[in-house]
Design a protein around this ligand. Structure first.
Ligand SMILES: C[S@@+](CC[C@H](N)C(=O)[O-])C[C@H]1O[C@@H](n2cnc3c(N)ncnc32)[C@H](O)[C@@H]1O
Length: 204
């Protein structure tokens, strides 16, 4: 099964609470994005947003220029259904973050929780960083959450990589400045704990 089919299948067969990454609200992401985007007019892209309620919570906080990207159309449709008429004001993108056409210099904030760590091939990571660099505005901000140094090495049956702040900074390259990092314990719905690393970078 290819990567896209894998994720389509996840969202067609599982309820949100049946996935290890589920949280009713992505509170840490919300806090870090609010910190990175002081102005509610900030343009924010949630990469691999899945069916998380982050977009709902950003809307509730008054952010009005929001986009969600996911490789699984099924996840995007679920989020659209959940949001009802509020979905109309959101930009929805379906595709692989490493390849999909993204507008240039468009976003103030790029958010990724639990996507980058699935990129096990150096080529995929280079493409991701190329996309990130071109889609962000010149002084854009990045809030990224990957598995931490003691995080899982597999998720959803797929291999994952683990990062500390230095190795993630190295992946993003010299154009990005690390402003803050923190290791966070995520409680899965199955009663286990996964270590995540949150990092805030700025471009330039
Ligand atoms: C572990 S889930 C995390 C979902 C959400 N960010 C959260 O924290 O609840 C990973 C998500 O990334 C999406 N995804 C995986 N690889 C992707 C890629 N290369 N491009 C875009 N989305 C991807 C999956 O469909 C899935 O929704």
């Amino acid at each position: 099964m290819d990567m896209q089919a894998h994720w389509e299948n996840v969202y067609q067969t599982k309820a949100p609470e049946e996935t290890s990454w589920y949280q009713p609200h992505l509170q840490t992401s919300l806090d870090w994005i609010s910190n990175a985007a002081a102005d509610q007019s900030a343009s924010i892209l949630d990469v691999g947003g899945g069916e998380s309620t982050l977009v709902d919570d950003l809307l509730a906080k008054g952010y009005r220029s929001l986009s969600v990207l996911d490789v699984a159309g099924a996840a995007i449709r679920k989020s659209q259904q959940r949001l009802g008429s509020a979905a109309q004001g959101i930009g929805w993108l379906v595709g692989d973050v490493a390849e999909v056409a993204l507008p240039a210099r468009a976003y103030d904030v790029w958010h990724d929780r639990a996507v980058f760590h699935f990129l096990t091939e150096p080529k995929q990571r280079l493409s991701y960083v190329r996309q990130l660099t071109s889609a962000l505005k010149p002084s854009g901000q990045v809030v990224m959450a990957t598995f931490g140094p003691e995080g899982p090495q597999k998720c959803s049956g797929l291999d994952t990589r683990r990062y500390d702040a230095e190795s993630l900074r190295h992946e993003l390259g010299p154009d990005f400045r690390l402003l803050r990092s923190s290791v966070v314990a995520h409680q899965t719905p199955f009663g286990t704990t996964q270590q995540f690393l949150y990092c805030h970078f700025s471009l330039g």
